[in-house]
Write a protein that binds this ligand. Structure first.
Ligand code: BMA
Length: 311
C-alpha cells in the first residue's frame, strides 16, 4: 500500500480541552508559526455558551504543546470591534511579515461573520488593526510576502448565487483591499464540490505558493471536511498553476470522525521545515488538535498532475 501523503503523528490528538487550564469545551482550528525557537499555536475553543475564544500554546518540538494560563484573544467588549465580535472569535491564521505576526480571525456577531486583522510582535500582547472584510467572509489568509509592494490575501466570501469559492485581493497598507478576483471554484461531483476555503497561509516553494485548502462534500450523513492543495504562481498568485485532484487528508481517526461536528479535518496553520517537510496542523471534528507531516515536493507534485481545473 502506498504510504499516506500526510503522515499522522502517532501521539494525536496533541491538544484537547483536558489540557487547558481554563474552562473550554473544544480545542481546534489553530494557526501555528515558529517564533524564537518555539512553535506558537493560537487555537480556537468553544465555551459553554457555544461561542468561541482564542488561546495560545507553546512547544519546543512541534508536537507537545503547553497552553498559556489565560486566553489570548476574547471578544472585544468596547470599541469598534465589539459590535462584530459579540458571538465570538474563531479560526485564527498567523502570517509572519516584516517583523510582525499578522493574525486574521473570524469575528461573529448578529451582523454576520467578518474577518478581523490583529498584529503582534512577540505573542505577549496583541493589537487589533482593522476589520478587513464586510459580512459574510471566512477563511482569510495573508501571503507572507508582498507583490509589487502590495499585500495579498486569499479569502472565501459567501454567495447565494455561486458555490463558495476562493478569491484573491490586494492592499497597499493591510487596511484597504481591492482588485479582487476569483481564483478557485469548487469542482462539481468532486470531493470539494460544495464549498472550498483557504486553510493555512500559503507556503513559498521553488515551484510556487503552496496553498492548503479545505473542501466540503455533502452526503446523506452530513458534510465531510477534507484538505486539498493548490499551487499559485510565485510572482503573480492570481494564477493557479495546478490543483491536486485528490484530497490529501480526510477524517479517519476516531477524534476526526466523531466530536462536536462529525467528519471534519480543518486546517488553519502549517509550518515548513528546513528538511523539505511541512507540519500540518488540523482540528479534528471541531474538538481536538492534531498534527501530521508531509513532504513539500510530494504536495507540489500532486498539484502539477493537473487533475482538477482551478475554475
Ligand atoms: C466551518 C467553520 C469551521 C468549522 C467547520 C466544520 O463552517 O465553522 O470553523 O471547523 O465549519 O464545522
Amino acid at each position: 500500500m502506498k504510504p499516506d501523503i500526510v503522515r499522522r503523528y502517532s501521539g494525536n490528538p496533541i491538544l484537547t480541552k483536558a489540557d487547558i487550564p481554563y474552562p473550554v469545551e473544544t480545542v481546534h482550528n489553530a494557526g501555528v508559526v515558529k517564533y524564537g525557537g518555539e512553535y506558537i499555536m493560537l487555537f480556537r475553543s468553544h465555551l459553554r455558551t457555544g461561542r468561541s475564544i482564542i488561546g495560545l500554546a507553546r512547544s519546543a518540538d512541534s508536537f507537545h504543546f503547553t497552553p498559556a494560563s489565560e486566553p489570548f484573544l476574547v471578544p472585544a467588549r468596547s470599541g469598534a470591534f465589539a459590535a462584530y465580535e459579540e458571538f465570538g472569535v474563531e479560526d485564527p491564521r498567523i502570517t509572519p511579515l516584516d517583523g510582525d505576526f499578522l493574525i486574521t480571525y473570524s469575528a461573529y456577531s448578529r451582523n454576520g461573520v467578518r474577518i478581523a486583522l490583529a498584529r503582534t510582535k512577540d505573542f505577549t500582547s496583541v493589537d487589533r488593526v482593522s476589520l478587513i472584510t464586510q459580512a459574510d467572509y471566512r477563511n482569510l489568509v495573508i501571503f507572507p510576502a508582498r507583490f509589487d509592494g502590495l499585500y495579498a490575501r486569499l479569502d472565501r466570501p459567501h454567495s447565494e448565487i455561486s458555490p463558495w469559492s476562493i478569491w484573491i485581493s490586494y492592499s497597499p497598507d493591510l487596511r484597504y483591499w481591492g482588485d479582487s478576483q476569483l481564483v478557485m471554484k469548487p469542482e462539481p461531483y468532486h470531493w470539494d464540490e460544495m464549498k472550498i476555503g483557504p486553510g493555512a497561509p500559503p507556503i513559498r516553494t521553488a515551484e510556487g505558493w503552496l496553498s492548503i485548502y479545505h473542501g466540503v462534500f455533502k452526503t446523506m450523513d452530513g458534510s465531510v471536511y477534507r484538505l486539498g492543495v493548490a499551487l499559485h504562481d510565485l510572482r503573480d498568485p492570481v494564477k493557479v498553476i495546478g490543483v491536486s485532484n485528490q484530497w490529501i487528508l480526510q477524517p479517519e481517526d476516531p477524534w476526526e470522525v466523531t466530536g462536536y461536528v462529525h467528519n471534519v479535518v480543518f486546517c488553519c496553520g502549517a509550518v515548513p521545515e528546513p528538511d523539505g517537510t511541512v507540519k500540518l496542523y488540523w482540528g479534528g471534528a471541531d474538538t481536538v488538535m492534531c498534527v501530521g507531516e508531509a513532504t513539500i515536493s510530494d504536495l507540489v507534485a500532486l498539484c502539477l498532475e493537473h487533475g482538477r481545473p482551478a475554475v
